[in-house]
Design a protein around this ligand. Structure first.
Ligand code: SG7
Ligand code: ZN
Length: 255
């Protein structure tokens, strides 16, 4: 159908979603040799990210990823020129044998990538913001395998078995969402890009953190092996290939 798209044929995306063929697309490879140090990039500051367990959040398998809906009380209050309210977070991953981050650093692909999606408060809502050049801010975090279980990611991973099929959803208790992000929110890359899926609107001011977050080997395999797409195929390799930079530069908050 018109609005159906898959990671199997990214070459077809632009047929129905012309923005996918644009010149400010995401993700990109971040070449650390050519980033521009910008001392005016201040630390990312979050507000309201610690949620009480009594506040239930919707976790959904949308056939392309797992999405955790976030209350609009969460916001980015520092680092960006404007204020951005949270909408949702989701993950990208590979397969049991291959990494699946969307962004790469010097062509290194990480095991997975977390995206926390926000919209600019100067717009009425997410849908209105989604088509504006300064409409969205997405925070990107690289996931790697480490020696310990990550208790914050576990708050999501322990529910994946109950949303195996497309459009399945479950309500999960609130937790400290900031725990999903690196400790250090000072060190990051910044560039102007797009949604990494159709409709590929070029409306995202990207922040990709330099510090990674680790999950245990067992947790990573739960992420990679729990979900299915619409046709009951394993939901794996939900990342888009590197897009050309064209006339863009990537800024870095650090030297
Ligand atoms: C994932 O990535 C989902 C989409 C999201 C898309 O497929 O999180 O969101 C929902 C609610 O399905 O698309 C419009 C939108 O937010 C692209 O987001 S991303 O650029 O951060 N990867
Ligand atoms: Zn994403």
């Amino acid at each position: 159908s018109d609005t159906h798209w898959s990671y199997e044929d990214p070459g077809q995306w632009a047929k129905h979603f012309p923005a996918c063929a644009g010149t400010m697309q995401s993700p990109i490879n971040i070449n650390t040799e050519t980033t521009i140090f910008s001392p005016q990039l201040r630390p990312i500051q979050l507000s309201g990210y610690s949620l009480p367990a009594g506040q239930m959040l919707k976790l959904e398998n949308n056939g392309h990823t797992v999405v955790l809906k976030l209350p609009e009380s969460l916001a980015i209050v520092g680092g960006y020129a404007q204020q951005y309210r949270a909408v949702q977070l989701h993950l990208h991953w590979g397969s049991p044998s291959k990494p699946g981050s969307e962004h790469t650093v010097d062509h290194k692909r990480f095991a997975g990538e977390l995206h926390v999606v926000h919209y600019n408060t100067k717009y009425e809502n997410f849908t209105a913001a989604m088509t504006q050049p300064d409409g969205l801010a997405v925070l990107g975090v690289f996931l790697e395998v480490g020696p310990r279980e990550n208790p914050y990611y576990q708050q999501i991973l322990e529910h994946l078995h109950s949303i195996q099929g497309e459009d399945h959803e479950v309500f999960v208790p609130g937790f400290n969402i900031a725990g999903l992000l690196p400790d250090n929110l000072h060190l990051y890359f910044h560039y102007n890009g797009s949604l990494t899926t159709p409709p590929c609107h070029e409306s995202v001011k990207w922040t990709v953190f330099n510090q990674t977050v680790t999950l245990s080997k067992e947790q990573m395999s739960i992420l990679v092996s729990s979900l299915q797409t619409d046709d009951n195929h394993p939901l794996m390799n939900n990342f888009r290939q590197e897009q050309s930079l064209h006339r863009r530069w990537v800024l870095a908050s650090f030297e």
